[in-house]
Design a protein around this ligand. Structure first.
Ligand SMILES: [Ca+2]
Ligand SMILES: [Ca+2]
Length: 138
């Protein structure tokens, strides 16, 4: 994990670069799909849902969360991804919902940069890396 300063523009620029976004989503999907059947089961998605950090830490202090409550939140998040409710998340569903979530995140951030902990291989981390590469080559 690493810490980076992220603002809404970092995410929006990344989403607007459809190719970069699609490549990252496909990579992430393949990484999560541990049995390689082209679908994400709940167990496979759990890793991603956990990395979304629904329960943010406040000023570095982890918020205590009831495990039962956490499980039900993950289940409801999974259903959000599983648009056709067939119990698995297909690549198209994953792509759509990831985009929605990132847009919502960017909306919430506005132009105020925030410090975020980025999981290794997360899509958000790729968005940040893409931006810093652009700065480096500019
Ligand atoms: Ca799978
Ligand atoms: Ca589905």
């Amino acid at each position: 994990m690493s810490v980076a300063i992220v603002d809404g523009a970092t995410i929006i620029n990344f989403l607007e670069d459809e190719e970069a976004f699609n490549v990252s989503v496909c990579d992430r999907f393949a990484y999560l799909d541990t049995d390689h059947d082209g679908l994400l089961s709940y167990a496979e998605m759990l890793k991603e849902l956990q990395s979304l950090r629904v329960f943010e830490t406040h000023f570095g202090i982890d918020v205590e969360t009831d495990p039962d409550e956490l499980a039900s939140v993950y289940e409801s998040l999974f259903v959000k991804f599983d648009h056709n409710l067939n119990g698995t998340v297909e690549l198209e569903e994953f792509k759509k919902e990831t985009k929605q979530m990132m847009l919502a995140m960017a909306d919430g951030m506005g132009f105020l940069p925030v410090q975020m902990v980025l999981e290794e291989d997360s899509i958000l981390k790729k968005a940040v890396e893409r931006e810093s590469n652009q700065v480096a080559t500019a």
